[in-house]
Design a protein around this ligand. Structure first.
Ligand code: ADP
Ligand code: MG
Length: 685
């Protein structure tokens, strides 16, 4: 049997079963062997019934101590029950909705093994829906095994996959091809791929398993790291517009109503060096909420405009785009630089006017939502593309924006900082600048998690702040994914507030379902201070900047992720006044409680994102797919951080001698990288 053989070659897999495997992305024997376990049932050691502790997942073995009872539950499903004795005690076993289970328990003489979670009742231990294994042969009675658990699908259970994998390993007549050069394996003490794959499916013990797994994770991470790093080298081998006069940025800075922070200056210098280098800039600016990223971007746009070229800035929401439009107009109009504005909700006339400004090159600066990347928009001479709050966009949108010109300089900005080891992967194709300083005079936002009993006191406080001329946000979580429900919840919340605590005050409402002009109107009135309290859904999450707002009240805080809470809090504390963030929410869930605690403890975006990563796990944190990167099948960016670091060192060594992976010993590796990335999407194209 060969790796490229169809899985139907395996005994026991017919057309129908093959269809189930296809659902898991498995078509060939090779695919099957690369379908890696996501966990293990450890049956190497069984436990005595008398020692069982509530909540642990264990293996017990023994004989059935009573007959098997089968009856209908009140709700209708079949319940099967029996008891197990192992000489140290007796425990109860129950299966719900399992009408066939009794057939697997039909031998009163046999020894059985059960694997599941222990529930400790007052009288005895119990397992609900445990996995059953009848110990048939003498051999299986002697040996415990570590059983792999695979990602499965309806109709195809663990045993089905295990059997197939077992047959494939047995019948394979060739070795699994090695893509890592000998030198790489030696430097990092890695076993061969053939051995690793075999071991990971059928480990003898945990040490060997971890060794095998480490090899596989290493390969996976190394490919990813090399992939993104080669993208970077490829980009750097291109040519870009030379913006020769960057000194003019100093003039721009002198015209501002504030002094730039040192961190802003440092980042502007890094950008300026890119702009005049002749090599396309690919830079990520990370800066916590409120660190002043917009003006940094504007400084770059200024230099580009002075060279007679165009820049475009794309924002994820219309509210934010409008706000940027206003600030950019403020920055640029005094210099006679025209700003065009493009969003989805514009009238045909407005849109035509702005498109004309862009096409003729009359507008040197363009700002908008993803409306700026539609096919209908043609720039006259685009030299710089900027994506704000880049985590809100996919890679493909980012690259579409840059494709609006020829080898344009690219700047992406994000308020979601991540640890360096991770940004080297996720943003491995970019250079990174960090604004690690807030403008002077900012006080950390005081953050509290309150109980319902404390609500009246909060309301008193809110009223006092409003009376002092300050403003407040009230954010309610979207109850449902759909906009309609969200809108309704927000509307009801407004009603409650304006008939209660905010009676007689001017209250505005903002949610995703509103028409563009309505949203604009509300935001404008809030920014102008006409609206004292703004009730909103998370549409205010990113970027919105109204320095006079000092209070952020977040309802149902348990429904928000940590970085989302931090972003929301970032809407206040943008002026010189002390600001407050108050969270209400159900703290019953441990995770929700932990998130709120972290919020109360720190204002530091870096710390928050590390915590976020820890709590949520990297899968959700990144969605590598969202970044246009291949999905990790076995590696875990957080728990395997050490391996990730090792692969980064290794990638550096490899690329130093062979930047485009052209050497013969890297041929297989390079091909495998291209294949993996091709499956993921477009980052390599
Ligand atoms: P973010 O990094 O979150 O996008 P913004 O660019 O919206 O932050 O800036 C936040 C606020 O700080 C804005 O009102 C901006 O005008 C102001 N700001 C930016 N840089 C400075 C500075 N160096 N000194 C004082 N205020 C600044
Ligand atoms: Mg911003």
């Amino acid at each position: 049997m060969k790796l490229n053989d169809n899985i139907q070659y395996l005994k026991g897999i017919g057309e129908k079963r093959a269809g189930l495997f296809h659902k898991l992305g498995i078509f060939t024997v090779g695919d099957l062997l690369y379908h890696l376990p996501r966990g293990f049932e450890d049956r190497t050691s069984t436990r005595d019934i008398c020692d069982l502790v509530d909540g642990e997942t264990v293996c017990v073995r023994g004989v059935l101590a009573s007959g098997v009872r089968k009856f209908r539950a009140r709700r209708g499903g079949w319940v099967v029950q029996t008891t197990l004795s192992d000489g140290t005690g007796v425990m109860r076993l129950t299966w719900f909705n399992a009408s066939y289970i009794d057939k697997s328990l039909s031998d009163p003489e046999a020894e059985y093994m059960f694997y599941g979670k222990v529930i400790h009742r007052t009288m005895a231990a119990e397992m609900v829906n445990p996995v059953i294994e009848k110990l048939e042969s003498e051999e299986s009675k002697k040996m415990g095994v570590i059983l792999p658990i695979y990602p499965a699908t309806a109709g195809l259970n663990q045993r089905g996959i295990r059997d197939a994998v077992g047959r494939a390993l047995e019948g394979l007549s060739e070795k699994i091809p090695e893509i890592l050069p000998e030198s790489v394996r030696a430097r990092n003490d890695l076993m061969g791929i053939d051995e690793a794959i075999r071991l990971v499916h059928a480990p003898e013990d945990y040490d060997r398993f971890y060794e095998a797994r480490r090899r596989l994770v290493f390969e996976e991470f190394l490919k990813l790291q090399l992939g993104v790093s080669t993208v970077k080298s490829i980009k750097k081998s291109r040519k870009a517009v030379v913006i020769s006069d960057v000194k003019c940025i100093a003039e721009f800075a002198r015209g501002l109503s504030f002094d730039l922070t040192n961190a802003q200056k440092k980042v502007i210098n890094e950008i300026a060096a890119d702009l005049k280098s002749g090599v396309p800039m690919n830079r990520l600016v990370q800066g916590d909420v409120g660190s002043g990223k917009t003006v940094v971007a504007a400084a770059a746009m200024f230099a580009v405009a002075r060279s007679g070229c165009q820049s475009v800035m794309m924002a994820p929401t219309e509210i934010l785009a409008e706000q940027h439009y206003n600030s950019l107009k403020g920055f640029f109009e005094p210099w006679g630089i025209k700003v065009a504005y493009l969003i989805g909700g514009q009238s045909a006339k407005e849109r035509a006017e702005n498109t004309e400004l862009i096409e003729s090159g009359e507008a040197a600066v363009v700002v908008g939502t993803h409306a700026v990347i539609t096919d209908k928009v043609n720039f006259s001479n685009l030299a710089l593309s900027i994506t704000d709050e880049q985590h809100r966009f996919g890679v493909s949108q980012r690259s579409k924006l840059s494709a609006k010109g020829l080898n344009v300089h690219t700047l992406v900005m994000t308020a979601t900082p991540i640890p360096r080891t991770l940004s080297l992967v996720i943003y491995g194709d970019l250079d990174i600048s960090i604004i690690d300083e807030l403008p002077p005079g900012r006080k950390p936002v005081k953050t509290l998690a309150l109980t319902e009993a404390q609500r009246p006191r909060l309301y008193d406080f809110v009223l006092r702040e409003l009376n002092r001329g300050r403003q407040a946000y009230f954010v309610c979580a979207l109850v449902d994914e759909s906009d309609a429900v969200e809108a309704k919840a927000a509307a009801e919340y407004v009603k409650k507030l304006s008939q209660g605590v905010l009676f007689g005050r001017s209250v505005g409402l903002l949610h995703g379902r509103m028409r563009t002009f309505e949203k604009d109107d509300v935001m404008r009135r809030f920014a102008a201070g006409e609206i004292e309290a703004l009730v909103a859904t998370t549409v205010v999450e990113v970027g919105v900047d109204v320095p006079n707002a000092t209070i952020m009240v977040i309802e149902n805080a348990e429904r928000f992720g940590l970085s989302q809470l931090h972003q929301l809090r970032g809407r206040v504390g943008r002026g010189a006044d002390q600001a407050y963030c108050v969270m209400f929410g159900n703290q019953k869930s441990g995770v929700a409680k932990e998130r709120m605690q972290v919020m109360c403890e720190t204002n530091d975006g870096f710390k928050i994102s590390e915590k976020d990563l820890e709590i949520r796990g990297p899968g959700e944190f990144f969605g590598t797919r969202q970044h246009g990167l291949p999905e990790m099948k076995i590696g875990n960016f957080f728990t395997d951080m050490d391996i990730l670091k090792q692969t980064q060192t290794e990638a550096e060594i490899i690329l130093k001698s062979d930047p485009f992976l052209k050497a013969p010993e890297h041929r297989l590796l390079s091909k495998s990288i291209t294949d993996t990335f091709a499956k993921a999407g477009d980052i390599l194209n």
